[in-house]
Design a protein around this ligand. Structure first.
Ligand SMILES: [Zn+2]
Length: 64
């Protein structure tokens, strides 16, 4: 069970994903249109940084 999901850029279907798997270079397939969601190699650092920020925000809102 994945904690996160993203909307398919193609059809808008919610695709469950695990950012750690994305960071390992593996992709996910949209169940709606079979589009492949994969992280570009050069995006990895950006995603890692935003996930860090996201987790910070999540922790903070859980505290509140
Ligand atoms: Zn799709």
């Amino acid at each position: 069970m994945f904690e996160q999901s993203i909307s398919c850029p193609n059809c808008g279907t919610s695709i469950p994903f695990d950012v750690n798997i994305l960071l390992q270079g593996q992709g996910f397939t949209c169940s709606g249109c079979d589009a492949s969601i994969k992280l570009a190699r050069e995006s990895k650092d950006t995603v890692a940084t935003s996930m860090e920020e996201f987790n910070k925000i999540k922790r903070n809102s859980l505290k509140a």
